[in-house]
Ligand binder design. Structure first.
Ligand code: 13P
Length: 246
C-alpha cells in the first residue's frame, strides 16, 4: 500500500511571524499517522524557525541550488537545508520554469544533487493550456520526466516523489477533473514503469496539484493512481489546510 503525501506550497506568501503562528496553531491538530505524510513547503527564510515548532508536519523547501557551496548569490544549498532537517524539496515547479526560466538540465542537476544528499525531490511536471488543448499532454510530461530524471538510476529514483500539476489548473480555480488527473497520472506511472520497471512504478508516490481544496480533495484522492496533493492557495488558511488532511 502506498502512503499519501499532502504538501502545502505557500509560494511567496506570509511573513515569518504569521508563519510561526500558523504552524504553532495547526501542528498539534495534525495527528502523526504512518500512512500520511503532511507538510508545507515554505519560503527558505522561514525554515529554521518553523522546523523548531513543527512536530507532526514536515517543513519542506520550495527550491534549492545543486552546488554544495560557492559564489551563487541568492541561492540556497542542499547542505544548508539538510542542517535544518529538511527532507522534501519541491523542484521544477511551473512557476520556477516559467518565471525564473529554469530548464530541464538545471532541474535534473537539482534532482541528482538532492538524491545524492539523501533528500527527496518533489519533482513537478505539467503542461500549459495550449499543450493540453492540442492533446499533447502525455508527450510533454514524458519529455519533462525523461530529461529531469536523466542519469538517475533505478536505485536512486526510489527517493523521488512526482507532482503532476497542469499549469492551466494552478491558481485558476479550474481543477482538472479527477478523471483527467487520474488518466495523466496513470500515464506517468506507466511511463515510469517503462523507465524503471513495474515494481518501482507500483511504489512511487505521485501527487496531483492545481486548485485542490478541502471540498474536492476526497474525489481526487479516491482515484487509484493519485497518492496525494500539492496545494497552493488552500494551504494558506488554517482551517482549509486542516480540511485537506481530514
Ligand atoms: P493552487 O492550489 O493555488 O492552484 O496551486 C497549485 C500549486 O501550484 C501547488 O504547487
Amino acid at each position: 500500500m502506498r502512503k499519501q503525501i499532502i504538501i502545502g506550497n505557500w509560494k511567496m506568501f506570509k511573513t515569518n511571524s504569521n508563519a510561526i503562528e500558523f504552524v504553532k496553531s495547526i501542528d498539534s491538530q495534525v495527528e502523526s499517522n504512518s500512512n500520511l505524510i503532511a507538510g508545507i513547503a515554505v519560503p527558505t527564510i522561514m525554515i529554521s524557525d518553523l522546523s523548531k515548532v513543527a512536530k507532526n508536519i514536515k517543513i519542506a523547501a520550495q527550491n534549492c541550488y545543486f552546488e554544495k557551496e560557492g559564489a551563487f548569490t541568492g541561492e540556497t544549498s542542499i547542505p544548508m537545508l539538510k542542517e535544518l532537517n529538511v527532507e522534501y524539496v519541491v523542484i521544477g515547479h511551473s512557476e520556477r520554469r516559467d518565471i525564473f526560466k529554469e530548464d530541464d538540465r538545471l532541474i535534473n542537476n537539482k534532482v541528482k544533487a538532492l538524491i545524492a544528499a539523501g533528500l527527496t525531490p518533489i519533482l513537478c511536471c505539467g503542461e500549459s493550456l495550449e499543450i493540453y488543448e492540442s492533446g499533447k499532454t502525455m508527450d510533454h510530461v514524458k519529455k519533462q520526466l525523461s530529461d529531469d530524471l536523466k542519469e538517475v538510476s533505478s536505485d536512486q529514483v526510489k527517493n523521488v516523489v512526482i507532482a503532476y500539476e497542469p499549469i492551466w489548473a494552478i491558481g485558476t480555480g479550474k481543477v482538472a477533473t479527477p478523471e483527467i488527473a487520474q488518466d495523466v497520472i496513470k500515464g506517468i506511472r506507466d511511463y515510469l514503469a517503462s523507465m524503471y520497471g513495474q515494481e518501482f512504478a507500483n511504489e512511487v508516490l505521485i501527487q496531483y496539484g492545481g486548485s485542490v481544496k478541502p471540498e474536492n480533495i476526497k474525489e481526487i484522492l479516491a482515484q487509484p493512481d493519485i497518492d496525494g496533493a500539492l496545494v497552493g492557495g488552500a494551504s494558506l488558511v488554517e482551517d482549509s489546510y486542516l480540511g485537506l488532511l481530514k
